[in-house]
Design a protein around this ligand. Sequence first.
Ligand SMILES: Cc1cc2nc3c(=O)[nH]c(=O)nc-3n(C[C@H](O)[C@H](O)[C@H](O)COP(=O)(O)O)c2cc1C
Length: 325
Amino acid sequence: MTLEHPLIPSASPLTSSLDGLKRLEDAGAPAVVLASLFEEQVDLQHELAESIRHQGAEAYAEAVSYFPPLREYRVQADEYLELVEGARRRLGIPVIASLNGCTSGGWVGYASRLERAGAHALELNLYHLAADPERSGAEVEQRYLEIVQGVRQQIHIPLAVKLGPQLSSPVHFVRQLEKAGASAVVIWNRFYQCNLDLEQLEVVPHLELSRSYEMLSALTWTAVMFARVGLDLAVTGGAHTVEDVLKALMAGASAVQMASELLLHGPERLSQLVLELGHWMREREYLSVEQLKGSMSQQRVAEPAVYLRANYLRTLQYGGERWRG
Ligand SMILES: Cc1cc2nc3c(=O)[nH]c(=O)nc-3n(C[C@H](O)[C@H](O)[C@H](O)COP(=O)(O)O)c2cc1C
């Protein structure tokens, strides 16, 4: 996809309604990633349809109350299709739908419905916590590949895969994703950890918006993957300032996604960042984003080892000198 500029609003509450999407377009977004449709929502819709078919409409209320947490999700599967259709009608920019799941169930089939509803591209978020003691890392990754293949078979539009960082050999795995049909990877998913409430003795969800330093892992891996994999790279997580955006591009990203910064300061912050990016590039006589892209990737820096174990040793040496007693 060719975009006006590389700053894309990522999936968040801002991209879960037509009004939010319109505000982002007005603020200069070159494309939008819709908030996700979750596997659990698709499954729930399927369960409900089945229970109505087999037991009649009175089973509907019972089936819904059987899944109380799911009712709290923002939209249900059919509403999501309406969101995609509405966004497609109302916006002049590409609409990237987001499907979020991690099992090889029937939800994968929803991808073709999203394409038919008008999505220009699909982001597949493989958000998964691999806690099954019976399943090896290789098996988990094999399942990811099968999901990507399954989705690829359903659709013809570009397919981006949003990944978590827990991979034994990320560059190799991303190459496998490419073979499975992905057009891009979005790195990395931000894992939301649980917290413990010591008063109520409850496990509670915990959400803090990101900070710039969180981008460093994606930055490193983008720099290492650039020109070693054939698909496009997008960075998500911790992009707040124009400097963050520039670093991601120079590492090798084709696009930088943003949620926290836009949630904090509103969609209009995007136009400011785009202006700052243009200003920075003009001052330093960069003619295009393409010229920036990958200019500080591992392949282009004078000392490629600086991105790998050499960085570890240098960092420890620096720490030792700074904090030696
Ligand atoms: C409140 C909230 C809701 C989110 N919803 C989704 C979602 O539906 N699907 C998804 O793939 N990512 C979702 N994300 C993750 C963001 O798209 C993004 O990857 C993450 O916040 C890191 O980027 P940031 O540092 O720019 O916030 C959500 C993030 C926040 C804060």
